[in-house]
Design a protein around this ligand. Structure first.
Ligand code: NZQ
Ligand code: ZN
Length: 383
């Protein structure tokens, strides 16, 4: 186990009706809020009205910027930065999923920087400061509400990139807000949560038994509860288990003392820059191909994954048989949720593979992948 420092200042406010507390979480410290949201789901569900009522009740002044697209665009981030500066905004409230929260994070960081906010995404600049921000989460998936990452698509060049950002001041998690999710989004969210754990589970760091067990509990929670919400979208308990697991999966706790891999995420981000897709749907395609390509590197870890997470029995066959059946069970799980398993289904064309692999570059910590390896992984995922 490696040395680590873990600091996480985000206040988590969890449970029914908690969105009504948003005004009192912001006032009296902050005076002027940018309310940031997506394409309108929050208006349809009535959440928007409750948020406005809470802000007004607490005497918080606000302006709005809506229209964040899944795979948030840099152009809207730049609009948000200008708006915050013109209106002396001192707090950003994101109401939505990972896309809205990431857009809010990029705005929060960009407002305090004189240069081009894209500099943070291409590694020219490190994010050390930002306007304070918080969120009301409407989809458990990206975990952005408590993570230190922020992923944005530069719509001038169709490249999607992540950066290490700052953490939110608070996150409001009401599982009831997720009842209105389309099944495909719930499914993609479940796979993204699993992926956040798997990126950490497949580690080169030895002696990480405790965090292995935390990871396994988190993955099991998703595997047990995702089918329940597909059947009954208003099952509060299943929604609640998934929502809390989603935050824990990506808030850094599970990778304390260990290195994560992250190649699969970057392989998916390169796809998301080319074609709009649900991030989790892309991961459902990438992860089995990645596992297939790298499992020989550490058969024991993949066997542990198959046995503890996918309930494989040691009597099933050889270690390799167990590993391959574990990968098959992961794939079958994603399929059972209605997600794609090939690049073709996602509209990714074979000719784009070299370009996407180049965008990723050398990647991965569990196994270091060269661009040529990433090309092979894309090929495995093709059909
Ligand atoms: O825009 P609206 O109308 O709100 O609709 C959204 C959107 O179309 C809809 N939705 C969200 N909550 C809803 C709802 N519809 C009905 N009822 C609700 N309660 O769902 C669609 C997807 O929303 P989005 O925010 O894109 O989903 P998600 O949370 O999966 O975020 C994906 C983005 O997060 C990035 C991904 O790359 C992608 O851009 N990620 C961010 C991470 C981070 N910052 O830590 C880590 C992740 O690995 C990921 O890369
Ligand atoms: Zn993800």
């Amino acid at each position: 186990m490696d040395n680590f420092i873990y600091q996480n200042q985000t206040k988590i406010v969890f449970g029914k009706d908690t969105e009504n507390m948003v005004g009192s979480l912001i006032a009296p410290t902050y005076k002027k809020v940018l309310l940031h949201y997506g394409g309108g789901s929050i208006k349809k569900s009535g959440l928007y009205d409750r948020v406005i009522a809470s802000l007004e009740k607490s005497g918080v002044d606000y302006i709005e910027l809506s229209g964040v697209a899944p795979n948030p665009r840099l152009s809207l981030v730049n609009e948000g930065i200008a708006l915050c500066r013109e209106n002396d905004v001192d707090f950003i409230l994101a109401v939505g999923g990972g896309s809205v929260i990431d857009s809010a994070k990029a705005i929060a960081i960009g407002v305090l920087y004189d240069g081009d906010v894209w500099d943070f995404f291409i590694g020219k600049k490190k994010a050390e400061d930002s306007l304070p921000f918080g969120s009301i989460v409407t989809i458990p998936a990206a975990g952005s509400e408590n993570s230190v990452s922020c992923v944005v698509t530069n719509d001038d060049i169709n490249i999607k990139k992540g950066m290490v950002s700052t953490r939110a001041e608070f996150a409001i998690l009401n599982p009831e807000l997720t009842y209105t999710l389309p099944p495909y989004q719930s499914a993609a969210g479940a796979i993204d949560i699993l992926a956040h754990v798997m990126e950490r589970y497949f580690t080169p760091t030895p002696d990480v038994g405790f965090t292995d067990r935390l990871c396994e509990a988190t993955m099991k929670t998703i595997i047990d509860n995702a089918p329940i919400i597909m059947e009954n979208p208003e099952d509060y308990n299943a929604r609640a288990q998934i929502m809390w697991a989603s935050t824990i999966a990506h808030n850094g706790l599970l990778n304390t003392g260990r290195l994560g891999d992250w190649a699969s995420h970057h392989i998916q981000h390169a796809m998301g820059g080319m074609v709009d897709m649900a991030h989790g749907a892309g991961l459902a395609v990438v992860f089995p191909a990645w596992m297939q390509y790298v499992y020989k590197h550490d058969i024991a870890r993949f066997k542990q994954f198959a046995m503890r997470v996918w309930d494989m029995d040691a009597a099933f066959g050889s270690d390799e048989d167990i590993v391959l059946e574990g990968i098959r069970r992961y794939k079958a799980f994603a399929q059972s949720l209605g997600l794609p398993t090939t690049l073709k289904e996602l509209g990714i064309s074979e000719e784009w593979i070299p370009k996407m692999a180049k965008i990723c570059g050398r990647d991965g910590k569990f196994v270091v992948l060269e661009v040529s390896d990433i090309i092979e992984i894309y090929k495995l995922a093709l059909v």
